[in-house]
Design a protein around this ligand. Structure first.
Ligand SMILES: Nc1ncnc2c1ncn2[C@@H]1O[C@H](COP(=O)(O)OP(=O)(O)OP(=O)(O)O)[C@@H](O)[C@H]1O
Ligand SMILES: [Mg+2]
Length: 220
C-alpha cells in the first residue's frame, strides 16, 4: 500500500482538487484507493455525498487516529491512500507527511503563492521530511514564458518539481460539482490529460527509491 499526502499551509492551493482527481484516476486504473480527509472542514468527505460511485472510498478522521486508519486500510487491501490535509496546521501537516511515501505540495503559479509555500517547505525541512516532498504546480498560466518564470521561482526551494502540471481551468471545479473528476466527465479534454500526466509522474516517482532520487539530484 502506498501513501501520498497532499500538504500546503496555504489555503486554496488545490489540495482537495488534486486529492480527489488523483484518487478518481487511480480508481479508474483499478487501484483500490482510499482518501483520508484530515481537514476539520471535511470538504473531501462532504464531496463524496455528491458522488454515486462507491469508489474511491473517502473517510474523514482526526490526525491522531491516522495510524489506526492506515492499518485498517492495509488490512482491507487498499493499494493507495491519498491524504488530504487542512491549511495552516503544522501538526496535521507533519503527521500526514511522516506517514507518507510521497509528500505533494500543490502551489498555484503566482509569485504570492510560491512565496507562501516557503512556510510548508521550511516546516518539512525542519522535520527532515523534505526528501520525500515535491511541488505540484497547479492553476498554472498557459504561456511558455510564464511557466518558465514560475518553475524558476519554485526551483529556489531546492525541492523536486513534478514534471507535469495542471493549468487554471474551470473544468476541475465543474466536474467536481457533478460528483466526478475531469477524467470521467471529459476524458478527452486537456484537463483530463493533465491529470493523467501528473498521476503518471507521481507513480514513476513513487516507484523510485528516495536514495536514487537524492543521488540524481546531487549529480544534476
Ligand atoms: N487547476 C485549477 N484551475 C482552476 N481552479 C482551481 C484549480 N485548482 C483548484 N481550483 C479552485 O481553487 C479553489 C481552491 O481549491 P481547493 O479547495 O482544491 O484548495 P485547497 O488547497 O484544498 O483549499 P483549503 O486549503 O481551503 O483546503 C476551488 O474553488 C477550486 O475549484
Ligand atoms: Mg482542501
Amino acid at each position: 500500500m502506498r501513501v501520498w499526502s497532499i500538504v500546503s499551509q496555504k489555503g486554496g492551493s488545490g489540495k482537495t482538487t488534486l486529492a480527489l482527481h488523483l484518487a478518481i484516476a487511480a480508481t479508474s486504473k483499478g487501484r483500490k484507493t482510499l482518501v483520508i480527509d484530515l481537514d476539520p472542514q471535511v470538504s473531501a468527505e462532504r464531496w463524496s455525498e455528491l458522488r454515486d460511485e462507491a469508489e474511491p472510498a473517502i473517510v474523514a478522521g482526526e490526525p491522531e487516529r491516522l495510524g489506526d486508519m492506515l492499518r485498517v486500510a492495509a488490512e482491507n487491501g487498499a493499494d493507495l491512500v491519498i491524504i488530504d490535509t487542512p491549511p495552516k496546521s503544522d501538526r496535521t501537516t507533519l503527521i500526514a507527511a511522516k506517514a507518507a511515501d510521497l509528500v505533494l505540495i500543490p502551489s498555484r503559479g503566482t509569485i504570492l503563492d510560491l512565496q507562501a509555500i516557503g512556510d510548508t517547505v521550511n516546516l518539512l525541512k525542519l522535520a527532515s521530511l523534505d526528501g520525500r516532498a515535491a511541488i505540484v504546480l497547479n492553476a498554472m498560466p498557459t504561456t511558455a514564458a510564464q511557466v518558465k518564470e514560475v518553475k524558476e521561482a519554485a526551483a529556489e526551494y531546492g525541492l523536486d518539481i513534478i514534471p507535469a502540471r495542471l493549468a487554471e481551468r474551470v473544468s476541475f471545479s465543474r466536474s467536481l460539482m457533478e460528483g466526478q473528476g475531469v477524467t470521467e466527465t471529459e476524458p478527452k479534454s486537456r484537463a483530463a490529460g493533465e491529470i493523467w500526466d501528473v498521476y503518471k509522474r507521481l507513480c514513476e516517482r513513487d516507484a523510485t527509491p528516495s536514495r536514487a532520487r537524492m543521488s540524481e539530484r546531487v549529480g544534476r
